[in-house]
Structure formats: structure tokens, C-alpha cells
Design a binder for this molecule. Structure first.
Ligand code: DAH
Length: 343
């Protein structure tokens, strides 16, 4: 019986090692350990042995059983491991699939660049509500009640109930509300750059209902038009190139006195005059010295402090760059990948 047991063990081991798949292992298990398996039958015989033999052979039979069970288990484990290996195997030499890389929108790139240019001379970027009360967008900026910008031809009004003190609610028609929001904090000096979305009821090849403006405001003692001119010249050279010049022309805005329009020399003809610019200059945006009425409104003493401000369109300066040839502003927001991927 001893020999028989050892033989069973050997043949079981042989079959287990030779098994090709879990199914074969299952069959081997039945064949040896099943209810009428080879080992099981022998174990049943044990009862017939005399007591002294029974103990000795019994121990051997148990050892054989354990050995077969262990071997079966190890083989089973290795099959399931192979399965996992097959699933998670990574061939690092295989060429990868290049993911499509996106990039920032052209206008966002321009905003970042403008913010960096002004940051270098100490202008801090701020953000204020783009759904705003009339008071901050018009009233406090010295707009008379009947000013055309305040009717709903130019400006979007929301259906919100008007504020008891601040009046109707509007979508910011310009970034100048940032001037008031900044000054009412009453922390001087101020050097702010407000870049935000602006909304006006105009849509054609050079206008979109939503566009962006960047607004500077600098309030301190001893601020003069020279500071305004220097800041504008610095911006124009940084953004458009060293060769570009700026000039200011008298103009009118409600919230500045004096007020100016700012021009930049044409990059195509270098200021000589061409078909594109006509007289050598292109209009950049508005600027001026903060109106004393505005300073008074926000509780800043106009005898002690002065300020300059400017407000330009982001899309406009972007389109005026020499290397840009965008002939319809609406393309910027048409979500056409063919267009956007060029930049
Ligand atoms: N808010 C004006 C506009 O949208 C632009 C402007 C003019 C801003 C003069 C200013 C300024 O800060 O001083 O047309």
C-alpha cells in the first residue's frame, strides 16, 4: 500500500505539471481526490488495516493528499496569473498613439500676454462682476441719465428687479465699472488692470456681441498726462514692437477730463500712410485723466490725488498685430477648429 501511495503521488505530480489549462487541472483533481478518485479509494481501504499499520499508512496517505492539493493549487494560481499578465502586459517598445494636444484660445493668449506686460510695470490684475449694476457701469462714471449708452439700444439689461440704490442690472458694456469698484475700496495708490468680458448690441465683421476690454487705472499723488503717455507707449512697444509709436488725440468721455483717443503708428507703412491706415495711424482705444466728479463720487480728494485711465479692446489690439490677418472678428468665436488651430 505504501508503494501504491507513492505511485499515486508521482503520477498525480506528473499530470499536474503537464496540465495545459485549468480544465485539465480540474479533471486531475477529480481523478485523484474526487469521490471515487484514486487516492480516495485507497484511503477507504485504510479502515481495513490493522491498527499499527493504519496509523503509519494513514500518515503517509495524508502527506500524499496534501502534496497533491498543494501542487494543484500552485498550478491553478499560475494559470490565473498568466491571465492577468496577458491583460496587463505593456510592451514599452510599441510606438504610442499621440494624443491630440489642445491649446489656449487666441484671445486667452492675448489676455495673458497683456497681463504680463502690465505686470512688469506694477499693474495688478483684478476682476469684477460682469453682470453689473447701472451705478458702477454708468452713474458713478458721470454719465448723465439720458446718455445714449444707457438705453437698451447699446447695452444689454437683465430682467432683474432694479437695485434700490444702484439701479437696473446690465451686462458690462465696458470695463470702466472696474474703476469704480476699485476706487470705492479706498486703498491708495491704485495700479489696476481690469480685463473682462464686455457686451454690446452690435454684431458685424468687426463687432461681436461679447468681446473683451482691458482697462488700466492708476491713482496716486502727482500723476499727470505724462504718466499716461509713458504707460501707453510702453504697452504699444511691448505688444506691437519697438518701432511702433503712439499719439493721443483730444476726445470726449464722460468719466475722464481731459479725454483722449489713442492711436498707434501703422505697422504696414510705418506711419507714412497706406491703404490700410489712410494717414499712418490706427485707433487703439480711449484714455484720459480721471474726472474730478468721479473721484469725488468715490470719496477721493481730487485736490490731492489724480489718476489716469485707459480702456482698449482685446480683440481689437489682437487684430491690429502685423502678423494677424483676420478679416472677420466673428471667426474668433465661431468654434471652428480649422481656424483656431492656426494660432
Ligand atoms: N470705456 C470706454 C469705452 O468702452 C473706453 C475708455 C475711454 C476707457 C477712456 C477709459 C478711458 O478708461 O479713460 O468706449
Amino acid at each position: 500500500m505504501q508503494e501504491e501511495l507513492l505511485q499515486i503521488k508521482n503520477s498525480a505530480m506528473y499530470f499536474i505539471m503537464d496540465a495545459k489549462n485549468p480544465k485539465e487541472l480540474e479533471e486531475i483533481k477529480l481523478d485523484f481526490l474526487g469521490r471515487s478518485g484514486k487516492l480516495t479509494l485507497i484511503m477507504k481501504e485504510l479502515a481495513k488495516l490493522p491498527m499499527d499499520k493504519r496509523v503509519e499508512i494513514g500518515r503517509l496517505a495524508n502527506e500524499v493528499k496534501n502534496a497533491i492539493e498543494d501542487a494543484l493549487q500552485t498550478a491553478e494560481d499560475s494559470f490565473s496569473q498568466k491571465k492577468i499578465d496577458k491583460i496587463s502586459r505593456i510592451d514599452i517598445s510599441e510606438p504610442g498613439i499621440l494624443p491630440t494636444l489642445g491649446h489656449l484660445h487666441l484671445v486667452t493668449q492675448a489676455i495673458d500676454e497683456i497681463a504680463q506686460i502690465f505686470a512688469r510695470i506694477g499693474f495688478e490684475r483684478v476682476r469684477y462682476p460682469e453682470v453689473e449694476w447701472d451705478y458702477f457701469a454708468f452713474e458713478a462714471l458721470n454719465f448723465p441719465k439720458n446718455h445714449p449708452a444707457r438705453d437698451d439700444w447699446e447695452t444689454f439689461f437683465t430682467t432683474e428687479t432694479p437695485h434700490a440704490r444702484y439701479g437696473p442690472q446690465v451686462l458690462t458694456p465696458h470695463t470702466s465699472n472696474g474703476q469704480i469698484r476699485e476706487m470705492v475700496k479706498n486703498v491708495l495708490p491704485i495700479k489696476m488692470l481690469n480685463i473682462a468680458k464686455t457686451y454690446r448690441r452690435q454684431s458685424d465683421i468687426s463687432h461681436t456681441l461679447m468681446f473683451h476690454q482691458f482697462e488700466t487705472l492708476c491713482v496716486s499723488e502727482n500723476i499727470s498726462i505724462a504718466d499716461l503717455k509713458g504707460t501707453l507707449a510702453y504697452f504699444a512697444k511691448s505688444y506691437f514692437g519697438e518701432k511702433r509709436k503712439t499719439r493721443i488725440r483730444p476726445y470726449h468721455f464722460q468719466f475722464t477730463e481731459p479725454s483722449f483717443e489713442v492711436d498707434i503708428s501703422c505697422g504696414l507703412c510705418n506711419g507714412k500712410g497706406c491703404k490700410f491706415c489712410k494717414e499712418g495711424w490706427l485707433e487703439l482705444g480711449g484714455a484720459g485723466m480721471v474726472h474730478p466728479n468721479v473721484l469725488k463720487e468715490v470719496g477721493i480728494n481730487p485736490k490731492k490725488y489724480a489718476g489716469f485711465a485707459s480702456g482698449f479692446g482685446v480683440e481689437r489690439v489682437l487684430m491690429m498685430r502685423e502678423d494677424m490677418h483676420i478679416d472677420d472678428l466673428r471667426l474668433l468665436y465661431a468654434n471652428k477648429l480649422e481656424f483656431l488651430q492656426q494660432f
